[in-house]
Design a protein. Structure first.
Lengths: 92, 362
């Protein structure tokens, strides 16, 4: 599980871009791509290597009304990206 | 039936290659081939692809490094926000050229290895290349580019999965593709020499799975099962003309590497027709989209939207009917053909490897 103290940022191989067809955010990396939903895009925008996972959760709770679901969603999403080796800064 | 958009463009820049791998999936012969596209046309194709919704471009071949305009093509792809991967043997590639490609915006590199042992690698490729590949992998690492290591598995290297995993780890690869040979093109000519036994494939599969678990989060280990041994067809290209478009060296746009081997299909050339129009309307692209073309047992099969009836080119190569169920499928009435090849693989093969050449014209 991703530590709350980790300060994630995207790995250099990953590119975040807007899809010309759907207008949605795409995360593109070697020979693969992920179409992000709004939450995923919002989470990644906050992954700047400075904010901790805890701070990212707080920011999203403040924006959307705090609840535990957001914390689970953030950590689940970041874990998925970490399993694909798409994040750096995970060592607290 | 149209498909929304392709995500990947495979730009086969050339069929020239210094290597002569006996498992090559390039066509053995090509009807009506014309000269390679020039730089300006490839740049237009890259722009058209980006407009059509392509996000990944694989610069492939043959060996794309033999094109001396590769830097310009990488720059054009980069300017169009395309994630650009060089699919290469690493031959010939001086460090300065790799650095120049990185500066122009190359995003990633996929480097092929025939074997981790020099003599065996030479026997499969027909030339000496292992030392050069190891140097290229080091430079890739130094330049900070993500590296995929690709090994096409066949009879002589299938037992080397643990060593190939160790090599990929040592070279700092982000991905390792252990792809069993697809028996089309040159590989079909060499099938008897290349197809491994069932037991050898099972040992390789287990070794690859263990590596994938051990390396999760550090290196992706991908094991592509051989359809000859699974009794299920592979979902070839993720479905015919569904997410991938390929442009051959002479400009013919295709749904896959082998599609022009299918007699009776008509394909357009990017010299004459815009890529978007080809994607939507080319008769060759529409021929096997969706499921209306399917015959039984595919037509009523509940897996038809998962495996898309398998590989059209394999159905044509083995049965002479591109609309037939892929004979790799256990439900194909002609499955015995594949089963016989598989049984044959339990014996030691005879005969010499036939080495790849650039495709002959009919």
């Amino acid at each position: 599980m991703i530590a709350l103290a980790a300060r994630p940022r995207l790995a250099p191989k990953a590119r975040l871009r807007v899809d010309r067809i759907s207008g949605r955010k795409l995360l593109v990396y070697p020979e693969r791509g992920l179409a992000l939903n709004e939450t995923g895009a919002e989470i990644l925008d906050l992954c700047d290597g400075a904010r901790s996972v805890g701070e990212i959760i707080e920011a999203l709770c403040a924006r959307h009304g705090g609840n535990e679901r957001i914390a689970d969603e953030v950590r689940g999403f970041l874990q998925e990206l970490a399993d694909r080796n798409l994040l750096r800064g995970l060592e607290p | 039936m149209t498909a929304e958009r392709p995500y990947t463009l495979v730009a086969e820049l050339t069929w020239r290659c210094p290597l002569r791998c006996a498992y090559c999936s390039n066509p053995v012969r090509v009807r009506e081939q014309s000269a390679e596209l020039d730089t300006a046309t490839w740049r237009r194709v890259l722009r058209e692809a980006a407009e059509l919704g392509v996000v990944q471009v694989n610069l492939s071949g043959g060996e794309p490094l033999v094109r001396d305009d590769l830097e310009q093509l990488v720059a054009e792809a980069h300017a169009n926000e395309l994630y650009t991967t060089l699919i290469t043997s690493g031959v010939p590639l001086p460090r300065a050229r790799l650095a120049a490609l990185a500066v122009q915006g190359l995003d990633a590199l996929q480097l092929s290895f025939q074997d981790d042992r020099a003599a065996e690698a030479r026997r499969m490729a027909g030339v000496e290349a292992l030392e050069q590949k190891l140097r290229v992998a080091e430079w890739v690492h130094e330049l900070g580019l993500p590296l995929t290591l690709n090994a096409v598995l066949q009879r002589d290297n299938i037992a080397r999965v643990p060593e190939l995993v160790a090599l990929a780890e040592r070279l700092g690869a982000e991905r390792l593709e252990l792809a069993n040979t697809t028996y089309l093109g040159w590989a079909l000519l060499n099938r008897e020499r290349l197809l491994p036994s069932a037991a050898a494939i099972e040992r390789a599969r287990v070794a690859a799975r263990e590596a994938a678990e051990r390396l999760r989060g550090r290196m992706e280990v991908l094991f592509v099962l051989p359809d000859y041994h699974t009794d299920f067809p592979r979902p070839c290209m993720g479905g015919w003309a569904r997410t991938i478009v390929l442009v051959a060296p002479d400009g013919v746009a295709l749904p896959c590497h082998q599609a022009r081997s299918i007699a009776g299909l008509r394909f357009d050339n990017v010299r004459d027709v815009a890529l978007a129009q080809i994607w939507r309307e080319s008769p060759g692209f529409r021929a096997f989209r969706g499921d209306e073309w399917m015959q039984e047992p595919c037509r009523s099969c509940e897996l038809r939207h998962k495996d898309f009836g398998g590989c059209r080119c394999q159905a044509f190569a083995l049965l002479g009917d591109a609309a037939a169920t892929d004979p790799a499928c256990r439900l194909s009435p002609r499955h015995a053909l594949v089963a016989a090849a598989r049984e044959n693989a339990e014996r030691e093969p005879a005969g010499e490897l036939v080495y790849r050449r650039a495709p002959a014209a009919d």
